[in-house]
Design a binder for this molecule. Structure first.
Ligand code: UDP
Length: 488
């Protein structure tokens, strides 16, 4: 960037859920490290979760800031402090109120746009109205989807060609039409709003998200080209859409503290966790975690415990907080697993754990952040999709790259999904941890992990795409808005 011009200034506006906040904060840090003035817009409670991360990311030369807007709990009838979707999405009464409150963020966002005159707005796909806000101020709006090219293109092909309407049952596989590779899905793995005309509100919301996306300047994608070449090419060349791949974003966290600060306060001290891992052999530990939203029934947790015990493998298992009186562990489990298994009740420093050389496997729900973090760490994965686009991500790992094995779930857990028996857990875990097949897969996984790291180094595919995006935004603001730039 020419030094005679003031810094490019970008607003980052993440959706209020950890799976969206975490990569957006990483993205803001990444842009700031490349000379951009990065401002994250969020609510007070969410700002408190990221304040240490932001403090740590600040250096004399880089500008990274947080601006807060009040979350209108009272206006929609939510209890005060309900500012993150993770707490409300599973409640049929509160989730719609949360989405109502989200729409009320438009006005305060526009006040901030008015006061600060950024040159660009990178807003989550779940804020379709952010396009109108950006248009009002004559600046480009980029969309952050938080998912892969693979799932984006695959779901677009399903939406467009409707192959699920030409099968006779929910479990009859269909090929995703006009999609690279031989990828099959079933109706049970698709979102309800795709399959049926019910849930008109949700369909309406998804329609406005799509329309807003089509009219926006383009997409920023947390991925790297080498992982997704055919799908990224399809997105750009066949669908004719603009996108910049700039990931893996998690790689902007380089030291122990940065990795441990990601998300929220961990339920385990990071040094204690590292000490435990240091005592284990390379590739000997399985990490089990289902993201920030998925929550299994007691009976399913018991099966997981029994499967892990029977596998004979060392493990770290993250279980979201349960009610005190729930008995979700088999009797005597923790005593028997002393030294072999570590249970983290609450939030774990995921990237710190995955990056440790002792970790060789990851049982994951295939949320895109977790999927990409697993790829970046070069570990093998047992895929256990639960909802959303996770069934697509599963296919990228198990079919396209063959660095994971499916645990075999057939339908969304949100709709009372499959119950996975302990024997199946045991078998899947051992498939990625021992034997010839695992050895072969591990070679591929390690290579992909190295490619991920090269992608973000100077000259790498993601580094170069980010350079191209920053240059394009800088020159478009210079051409269109010189006066505004000088006003800063
Ligand atoms: N995560 C974490 N600790 C946890 C659970 C999740 O750090 O105990 C992070 C994980 O590293 C990832 C994000 O939370 O960055 C979860 O995003 P993902 O897309 O995988 O799943 P979601 O939570 O949106 O279902």
């Amino acid at each position: 960037m020419d030094s005679e011009y003031p810094k490019l200034s970008i607003f980052f506006f993440p959706f209020l859920a950890h799976g969206h906040m975490i990569p957006t904060v990483d993205m803001a840090k990444l842009f700031a490290s490349r000379g951009v003035k990065a401002t994250i817009i969020t609510t007070p409670l969410n700002a408190s979760h990221i304040s240490k991360t932001i403090e740590k990311a600040k250096t004399p030369g880089n500008g990274i800031l947080v601006q807060t807007i009040r979350f209108p709990c009272a206006e929609v009838g939510l209890p005060e402090g309900c500012e993150i979707a993770d707490d409300v999405l599973s409640s049929p009464e509160e989730a719609p109120k949360f989405f109502k409150a989200i729409t009320l963020l438009q006005e305060p966002l526009e006040q901030l746009l008015h006061q600060h005159n950024p040159h660009c707005l990178i807003a989550d796909m779940l804020y379709p109205w952010a396009l109108d806000s950006a248009n009002k101020f004559g600046i480009p709006r980029l969309v952050f989807h938080g998912t892969s090219f693979f799932s984006w293109v695959a779901s677009e092909c399903v939406r467009f060609y409707e192959p699920h309407k030409h099968v006779s049952s929910d479990d009859e596989p269909f090929l995703i039409p006009n999609f690279p590779g031989d990828i099959k899905m079933t109706r049970m793995q698709l979102a309800d709003f795709i399959k049926s005309d019910e849930d008109a509100d949700y369909r309406r919301m998804m329609k406005s998200i799509k329309e807003s996306e089509l009219k926006s300047y383009g997409l920023v994608v947390n991925s790297f080209y080498e992982l997704e070449q055919p799908y990224a090419d399809h997105f750009r060349k066949v669908l004719g859409r603009k996108a910049w791949h700039i990931g893996p974003l998690s790689l902007c966290n380089t030291d122990i503290e940065e990795k441990a600060l990601r998300g929220k306060q961990g339920a385990i001290n990071e040094h204690e966790c590292l000490k435990w891992l240091d005592s284990k052999e390379p590739n000997s530990v399985v990490y089990v975690c289902f993201g920030s939203l998925a929550n299994f029934a007691e009976s399913q947790l018991k099966e997981i415990a029994m499967g892990l015990e029977a596998s004979g493998q060392h493990f770290i298992w993250v279980v979201r907080r349960r009610k005190e009186d729930e008995e979700w562990l088999p009797e005597g489990f923790e005593k028997r697993m002393e030294g072999r298994g570590l249970i983290i009740r609450g939030w774990a420093p995921q990237v710190l754990i995955l990056d440790h050389h002792a970790v060789g496997g990851f049982v994951t729900h295939c949320g895109w952040n977790s999927t990409l973090e697993g790829v970046t760490a070069g570990v093998l994965m047992v895929t256990w999709p639960v909802a959303a686009e996770q069934f697509y991500n599963e296919k990228l790992l198990t079919r396209a790259h063959k660095i994971g094995v499916p645990v075999g779930v057939k339908k969304w857990a949100e709709r009372d999904g499959d119950y996975v028996k302990w024997e199946t857990v045991e078998k899947a875990v051992n498939r990625i941890m021992r034997g010839k097949e695992a050895e072969e897969m591990r070679k591929r996984a390690k290579e992909l992990g190295q490619m991920a790291r090269r992608a973000v180094e100077e000259g790498g595919s993601s580094y170069s795409d980010l350079t191209a995006l920053i240059e394009e935004l800088s020159s478009s603001c210079r051409l269109c808005n010189l006066n505004d730039i000088y006003r800063l």
